[in-house]
Design a binder for this molecule. Structure first.
Ligand code: AP5
Ligand code: MG
Length: 213
């Protein structure tokens, strides 16, 4: 099963993807996580991407298309994959269609997680993420058992550089301008599965599973 998780920053794409990995046995492909790893490793790509990420802007299409394409070709994606945060522009979606067609694959469902703008700021500024395993938490809505420490692996929790109010504001605007058109793009293809993204994290997981079967 090949999925896309679509939704604004803070909608819960990463949170739900981590739960779906276990439920469906398919990997999460987060271009955001891949870019942050490149920034940490100070690769040329990472240094270039950081400027865009810190400003809340999108990294150029050609860069992320290349990353996603290479990742989808890995053997662990043979039985399916979940794209989290890709595609984010119409040219990215068109490139993905081409790449998949070339591999004899297609997208089965686009899970569109819907959360109103006014809830997203609080979710993002309160987010904490594990440095070791990438598990996400929230200081109020999903707090770790021990402060600053990951429940899953004991790793150290950190706050993302782009989770400050100014950058989140830009990210939300960029989403509305450049990514929201994908809702219509996938609606027209009959692939859009809208999910109400407000409520308990487990309830939202059940809503997604009800759609996926
Ligand atoms: P990326 O890492 O993809 O960030 P994003 O799309 O802005 O999305 P987030 O990761 O912030 O949100 P999420 O939906 O995963 O929410 P989460 O589950 O963590 O991209 C970062 C940057 O990389 C971009 O700005 C861009 O520069 C670049 N980039 C990446 N991909 C790109 C691409 N394809 N093209 C170009 N550039 C690209 O949840 C958020 C918080 O809310 C957590 O604390 C969580 O605990 C909490 N939460 C989750 N669910 C609930 C709930 N139901 N109720 C209350 N709280 C909840
Ligand atoms: Mg995420």
């Amino acid at each position: 099963m090949n999925l896309i998780l679509l939704g604004p920053p803070g909608a819960g794409k990463g949170t739900q993807a981590k739960m779906l990995i276990e439920a469906y046995g398919i990997p999460q492909i987060s271009t955001g996580d891949m870019l942050r790893a490149a920034v940490r490793n100070q690769t040329a790509l990472g240094l270039e991407a950081k400027k865009f990420m810190d400003a809340g802007q999108l990294v150029p299409d050609q860069v992320v298309i290349g990353l996603a394409q290479d990742r989808i070709a890995q053997p662990d994606c043979a039985k399916g994959f979940m794209l989290d945060g890709f595609p984010r522009t119409v040219p990215q979606a068109q490139a993905l269609d081409k790449v998949l067609a070339g591999m004899g694959k297609k997208i089965d469902h686009v899970i569109s997680i819907e959360v109103a703008n006014d809830e997203l700021m609080g979710r993002l500024t309160g987010r904490r993420t594990c440095k070791s395993c990438g598990q996400g938490f929230h200081v109020m809505f999903d707090p770790p058992k021990a402060q600053g420490q990951c429940d899953k692996c004991g790793g150290e929790l950190y706050q993302r550089d782009d989770d400050n109010e100014a950058t989140v504001g830009n990210r939300l605007k960029v989403y509305n301008d450049q990514t929201a058109p994908l809702i219509d793009y996938y609606q027209k293809k009959g692939l859009l599965r809208p999910i109400d993204g407000v409520g308990g994290i487990n309830d939202i997981q059940e809503r997604i599973k009800a759609v996926l079967g």
